[in-house]
Design a protein around this ligand. Structure first.
Ligand SMILES: C[S@@+](CC[C@H](N)C(=O)[O-])C[C@H]1O[C@@H](n2cnc3c(N)ncnc32)[C@H](O)[C@@H]1O
Length: 317
């Protein structure tokens, strides 16, 4: 149970937590995709520091992952900032208004159900972009920033860049369109609700040819789906994660389509499971996917082999 109003003061008296809210990132990052009862606002008026510490402890006791970051990101959001580091040092001792207290309690109660912070506060940063987040649309992971970094510094900073985006999920397509509109990118991106396993012809017609093909497909091995955190299992679309028996179901289809989608020397960037690079290499060599060459394997922020770069070579278009 989350702390009832009358419990709050006695707990605080016992706690006297010293939290280091002001040391930390100025941009939201690094939080794993982050799970109950309904919340009631506290009657007692608390300082920012005490309320944050109270919920950190509550999260920890309830087994919620990343209790400190969770509490801090939610508090920062309630106070209109991205991170606590962006607020001045004076803010910690400020007393929350009733509205802020109510809002903080409400959002923390959602987190207690193991809802990822990104869904709780309904937005998250991906590189230099702040994106709207909504279940069950997959939450971009920090390591994906690596693959997105490869072809370009960012879509916003390359005004000549045009993109065609494809996803089978209606929710993902809707949210992508909303984010594109919010960022003023709607004239530079075409978004299609298409399934790469069934709509190959339409994809080839609508999307080719492109100089770079970037995909973060569902690539988990089906057997690994059962060991996922509650945050993922309860809130994210399983179809965004499950890549079939060997995680290669969608990857194989992308490899098959890539030579027809890419321009001469065009590059294919794939985010994959660490077990996949040799499998993809083998697949390209053995199945002799016409004109597709395996260029290199790249490593993620934790030094695991997570990105494959391939190139279309051979005849000109
Ligand atoms: C791992 S998520 C990546 C989401 C986002 N592109 C990112 O990088 O954060 C995989 C995405 O692939 C989509 N997807 C799954 N199967 C698909 C298919 N057969 N055709 C097209 N999209 C598919 C899912 O709906 C999901 O949005």
């Amino acid at each position: 149970m989350f702390p009832a109003p009358m419990e709050v003061l006695s707990r605080l008296n016992r706690m006297r937590c010293t939290i280091r809210l002001l040391k930390g990132p100025e941009r939201r990052q690094g939080l794993c995709s982050a799970s109950g009862s309904a919340a009631r606002p506290a009657v007692v008026r608390l300082s920012v520091q005490d309320a944050t510490a109270l919920w950190e402890r509550q999260f920890r006791q309830s087994g919620v992952s990343e209790p400190s970051l969770s509490s801090q990101y939610i508090m920062a959001h309630v106070l209109g900032a991205k991170t606590m580091a962006n607020l001045g040092p004076d803010v910690l001792t400020k007393t929350l208004t009733d509205i802020q207290t109510h809002q903080f309690w409400k959002l923390c109660a959602k987190r207690l159900t193991r809802m990822p912070v990104q869904y709780v506060i309904e937005e998250w940063d991906f590189r230099d972009l702040t994106l709207k987040m909504r279940p069950p649309v997959f939450i971009p992971r920090p390591e994906t920033e690596g693959v997105a970094l490869e072809p370009s510094p960012s879509a916003c900073s390359m005004p000549y860049l045009r993109a065609v985006a494809v996803d089978r999920s209606a929710e993902a397509v809707r949210l992508t369109q909303e984010n594109a509109n919010r960022l003023g990118l709607q004239d530079r991106i075409e978004i299609h609700q298409l399934d790469v396993t069934v709509d190959a012809e339409v994809i080839l017609r609508e999307c080719s040819r492109v100089s770079a093909l970037i995909s973060n497909p569902p690539y988990l091995f089906s057997k690994d789906m059962t060991s996922l955190e509650p945050e993922i299992i309860r809130f994210e679309d399983p179809a965004a994660l499950d890549g079939g028996k060997d995680g290669m179901l969608i990857i194989r289809q992308i490899l098959a389509l890539a030579p027809q989608l890419l321009t001469h020397n065009g590059l294919l960037y794939l985010e994959v499971d660490p077990r996949h690079p040799p499998m993809i290499q083998q697949c390209v060599q053995e199945e002799r996917i016409a004109g597709l060459h395996y260029l290199q394997t790249r490593y993620d922020i934790t030094d695991r082999p997570r990105f494959c770069v391939l190139q279309r070579r051979g005849t000109e278009d």
